[in-house]
Design a protein around this ligand. Structure first.
Ligand code: ZN
Length: 320
């Protein structure tokens, strides 16, 4: 039996490739590449090949010992065909990753959505191993989530169940990346906080975050530093985001009545206060019966949620 799988996490700003040991699901070797400048099918493929070739080099593991390449990608996918239909922030469109990888490496390749992969990782190995009905929410650049019912991921009739990020919280609200208006993601994600701070700066508000970020994107680290320094603008924008987020999670608790909520993603992992305040506020907003026995936990897989999750997703769906 082959001893390893390769997991690939294709996000909006980075590619992480890893050799994952089959039995232990441990990451043995990894290669990480930034893709901030690389956009579009050609450049992303080039970057992926570069990372994977480097992984083979540093690990000294032969292709013959690898059972599969499992990819977790941010964006909409066609899982059956292995096509990334629309990659979030990577500019990728209709890219048949399965075909391209199988042709180049001659290793079976599968494609999953990154939120789905991260949720499966939490369900099988992480914070959700002991629970039945779970809501997994990842708050980072965007907001993704999954619904687990009786330990199975619920996909809905067309596969888009669990899109909590597109819960409409303001009928005349801000434009969202999905084309709609007033979605949670436009209020409570990192990019929403970033846009809100930048808007206030344009209006003349003073914040230390402009000194921290050197006119680059405002990262979770910048937000954390500004919060630690009690920067008023940042505190207000983050406070607003938490208000909106807790409204949406409380509504989801009332609607689904899960026994566990797993929170993950950059803002949760990077800013403890963001996690604690979200949990506290959610509990005050949901129905008492929905809150009574629900647990809140942080996601445990962290940076490896994509690479390990993709490998676990392959076993979860039993794809050969
Ligand atoms: Zn939306």
């Amino acid at each position: 039996m082959k001893k390893y799988d390769i997991g690939i996490d294709l996000g909006g700003t980075k590619v992480l490739c890893a050799i994952v040991e089959k039995e232990s699901h441990k990451v043995l070797f990894e290669v990480k590449k930034k893709t901030k400048k690389e956009k579009g099918n050609k450049k992303i493929i080039q970057k992926l090949f570069e990372a994977l070739d480097e992984l083979f080099d540093i690990s000294n593991i032969k292709k013959e010992d690898i059972e599969s390449i499992s990819i977790a990608a941010a964006g909409q996918i066609n899982r059956k065909e292995g096509i990334l239909l629309n990659g979030c922030n990577s500019g990728v469109k209709d890219l048949n990753l399965k075909e391209i990888f199988e042709e180049k490496y001659n290793i079976k390749t599968n494609l999953f959505n990154d939120v789905e992969a991260a949720s499966i990782a939490e369900l099988m190995l992480g914070a959700g191993v002991d629970n039945k009905n779970i809501l997994c929410i990842f708050i980072g650049t965007g907001i993704g989530s999954s619904i687990v019912i009786d330990r199975k991921i619920y996909h809905g009739s067309t596969g888009c169940a669990g899109e909590i990020g597109h819960t409409i919280i303001d009928k005349n609200g801000r434009a969202c990346a999905c084309g709609g208006f007033g979605c949670l993601e436009a209020y409570a994600s990192r990019s929403a906080i970033e846009a809100r701070i930048q808007g206030l700066v344009k209006k003349g508000k003073k914040t230390i975050i402009t000194e921290l970020n050197d006119k680059q994107n405002i990262s979770t680290k910048h937000i954390k530093t500004a919060l630690d320094a009690h920067d008023e603008v940042t505190m207000m924008c983050v406070g607003e985001a938490i208000e909106y987020l807790s409204c949406a999670i409380a509504s989801a608790l009332n609607f689904l009545n899960p026994d566990l909520v797993i929170l993950g993603g950059g803002l949760i992992q990077g800013i403890d206060e963001f996690y604690l305040k979200t949990v506290k506020l959610t509990k005050t907003k949901a129905l008492p019966l929905a809150v009574e026995h629900v647990e809140f936990k942080k996601a445990l897989l962290g940076d490896y949620s994509g690479v390990v999750g993709a490998v676990l997703a392959k076993d979860y769906y039993n794809v050969k």
